[in-house]
Design a binder for this molecule. Structure first.
Ligand code: NAI
Length: 389
């Protein structure tokens, strides 16, 4: 795809605004569409502010900043996307609303235009099924904040024509992104593999093994994660995080590995959603004192190891089921959620035998399917081979 191709972005919210910035920064003319005119105006003034800040920090020339902004046109009508060779949809996460937008789009864009969705949780294949020409459709899943996080999950639908996902991966690389190819399965790579970061942390807390401050401390100070699970849930919003867990759990036919937690549901019910409401797991009110972690290294290493081994198990299982290859699973977790190290690389460092033993011990202790070891992890450990080809 040439730089001269005009890129349409539908939805000028958090994600659409970021995607428009990325495409315009890569030299494309962009048409940013939102049915809410105020949303478009907000997005353009946000972009203006963000680009000015980049100029102040010396990361962008003033001329480039103006050129990027001038490449973005706005509209409240999907029909404005008629000249686009690629349209990326980033509107509300509702299948029927997305289907309606793609139907309108198909009646205005040319036959060669590629259509993409930024959905996090809907089936790309089901969305494709609503199109007249599903072979030109796929998922391009960016991460928030899109201009900063390098990962884009490239998700072909069953109907996507051969070669299109590879072409889009090249385009994403040209846009400065790191694409990872993912099979159209619930949560794709990141939203599936990351579940234990939250779920196992909450479980450790619910069992009374440690308080949330100590768990956050163990994961950041001992594990090198940028944020602890409870700090991160409060940033994402417990409502959003709970909804993602619940949707993955339902999509996997209630697999106990993804069972949502009662205590997080209680937070949601209480309106303790996190930073946005001033209270979540932590108290974010002005002047609130942060709880003090129990900096006990032995306890911390338990905590870290139990969450890590569950993450490793998910990563291995995603490879086992062909969701992505080992390289892309590791790239995804580093590029989409800032993990300090690829999980499979980490597993090989600590020893696959040790991971299998830890999972078997947890399964023996609790007797729960939640702790079953991925066949691939066990196989690699037994055959003394790694995940990477
Ligand atoms: P948002 O709520 O910030 O923005 C959505 C925008 O779409 C709103 O401005 C709304 O007016 C507009 N819109 C709704 N229906 C429309 C229609 N029929 N035609 C034109 N515009 C319409 O949402 P956000 O967070 O940007 O999410 C957008 C999509 O990206 C969703 O599918 C979401 O699942 C996905 N996503 C969100 C991430 C996040 O962290 N926020 C991360 C990755 C994907």
């Amino acid at each position: 795809m040439e730089q001269s191709t005009t890129v349409g972005v539908i939805g000028a919210g958090t994600m659409g605004q970021g995607i428009a910035q990325i495409a315009a920064s890569a030299g494309h003319g962009v048409i940013l569409v939102d049915r809410d005119e105020a949303a478009v105006e907000r997005a353009m003034s946000n972009l203006d502010r963000i680009l000015k800040r980049l100029v102040e920090k010396g990361r962008l020339d003033p001329g480039d900043s103006e050129a990027i902004l001038s490449r973005i046109q706005t509209s409240s009508e999907v029909s404005a996307c008629a000249p686009c060779g690629l349209v990326i949809e980033a509107i509300v996460e509702k299948e029927a609303v997305k289907q309606a937008v793609f139907s309108s789009l198909e009646s205005v864009v040319g036959d060669a235009a590629i259509l993409a969705t930024n959905t996090s949780s809907l089936s790309v294949t089901r969305l494709a099924a609503g199109l007249k020409h599903p072979s030109r459709f796929l998922g391009l899943h960016f991460f928030n904040p899109a201009p900063l996080l390098p990962l884009v999950e490239v998700v072909p639908a069953l109907q996507t024509r051969a070669g299109l996902a590879d072409e889009m991966s090249v385009l994403m690389r040209n846009w400065g992104k790191q694409p990872a190819m993912a099979k159209d399965t619930p949560g794709f790579i990141v939203n599936r593999v990351a579940r234990p970061f939250y779920g196992e942390a909450i479980r450790i807390h619910e069992e009374g093994i440690a308080d949330i401050a100590t768990i956050d401390w163990a994961m950041t100070e001992l594990g090198g994660f940028r944020m602890g699970p409870f700090q991160l849930m409060d940033l994402i919003g417990n409502d959003i995080n709970y909804a993602v867990t619940e949707s993955v759990w339902k999509a996997f036919h209630h697999d106990p590995r993804y069972t949502p937690s009662f205590s997080q549901k209680r937070n949601v019910d209480a309106g303790w959603l996190g930073r946005k409401t001033g209270r979540g797991w932590h108290d974010h009110a002005d002047g609130a004192t942060a709880p003090v972690p129990r900096k006990d290294k032995d306890l911390g290493q338990d905590i870290l190891w139990r969450i890590l081994v569950m993450l490793i198990n998910e990563a291995a299982d995603a490879v086992f089921w062909g969701v992505a290859n080992a390289e892309d699973v590791d790239r995804a977790m580093k590029g989409g959620v800032n993990y300090p190290k690829g999980l499979l690389e980490w597993a090989e460092e600590v020893g696959l035998d040790r991971c299998v033993r830890a999972l078997d011990d947890l399964k023996a202790e609790y007797g729960e399917e939640r702790y079953r070891c991925s066949p691939l992890l066990r196989r690699c450990a037994e055959q003394q081979r790694g995940f990477f080809s």
